[in-house]
Design a protein around this ligand. Structure first.
Ligand code: ASN
Ligand code: ZN
Length: 297
């Protein structure tokens, strides 16, 4: 392709790097778009997971990569030594291998890969500030699209999906299914090492804390359950109605960066009306979903 010609919209371009167990980013390029499998499972999982995430955004929402302008998708694997997390650093997804005691590799879970990439989408769109309620919403949006990537890739209806984030990343030592559950926040794990999953599933349980940017990974349970409820009420494929409403909300210019739960909820109601009509089943499902978690619009 000539370099002065723009890429054809909807064409994925991935680059996977290997940090070789250092914390130097991006590391060395090990697999560019179209290149063969390297034999490294983490590299393949990251490459395939980015492809699946790109496919959801493009095929369902018509979004061409995180910036809607064909940005290449970059990921670094084998970050750090026994590193127990994955994150979006503003330019790329970064995945640790886990310590082998609690966590196995973070590329194992498609919902985790979708979650990290969705942080990129949020950064380019609503720009929800990663603090307090807007931070919990930023986390929530990543969990929503993380779950949807998995469901879309597996062709699952809302009713048959696990609604878990990070299924399969705990070792056998941990008695836990996953990091979080959108369907039943607070039940993803209950274990001697980790204790009980502390996510609230209702506004009454909102956690006031200075840790974790104001409990962004805890309070996301509240909107997460609202989203699950909307998808569950409507049935079918969650990305077709519930997911579409949330995507419209994220990208429609209705959300200030410091939106709180009520502002976000009101925006989803507005988006449901715009796309599906006032008094539509979608409109009513959205109202009911927020009411379930104590947020009245
Ligand atoms: N895995 C976490 C996340 O993406 C990393 C973090 O705390 N930002 O939310
Ligand atoms: Zn996150």
């Amino acid at each position: 392709m000539r370099h002065d010609q723009p890429a054809v919209r909807g064409t994925v371009s991935r680059s996977i790097y290997d940090a070789q167990n250092t914390e130097t980013l991006p590391g060395i390029l090990v697999r560019a778009e179209g290149a063969a499998d390297t034999g490294d499972v983490s590299v393949s999982e990251a490459y395939d997971g980015l492809g699946s995430t790109f496919a959801l955004f493009w095929e369902v929402f018509g979004r061409d990569s995180i910036n809607d302008h064909s940005a290449s998708l970059n990921a670094t694997v084998h970050y750090g030594t026994l590193y127990d997390n994955a994150f979006w650093d503003g330019q790329r997804m970064v995945f640790g291998d886990g310590d082998g005691e609690i966590f196995d590799g973070f590329t194992r879970s498609l919902s985790v890969i979708g979650h990290e990439l969705a942080h990129g989408v949020t950064e380019y769109t609503a720009g929800l500030i990663y603090q307090g309620q807007s931070g919990a919403l930023n986390e929530h949006v990543s969990d929503v699209f993380g779950a949807l990537v998995e469901q879309y890739t597996l062709g699952q209806h809302a009713a048959e999906a696990s609604w878990l984030i990070g299924e399969g990343i705990f070792t056998d030592e941990v008695e836990g299914n996953a990091l979080r559950s959108l369907k039943e926040p607070g039940t993803a794990y209950d274990d001697d090492v980790l204790g009980k999953d502390p996510q609230p599933d209702h506004l009454d349980g909102y956690v006031e804390t200075l840790d974790d940017n104001g409990g962004v990974h805890l309070n996301s349970g509240i909107p997460n359950r609202a989203f699950w409820s909307v998808a569950d009420t409507l049935g079918g494929f969650a990305w077709e109605q519930a997911g579409m409403i949330w995507y419209d909300t994220l990208t429609g210019g209705l959300l200030p960066p410091r939106s709180d739960f009520s502002r976000f909820a009101a925006a989803t109601v507005e988006s449901s009306i715009t796309r599906f009509g006032a008094d539509s089943p979608e409109h009513h499902a959205v109202l009911a979903g927020w009411a379930l978690v104590g947020i009245n619009v």
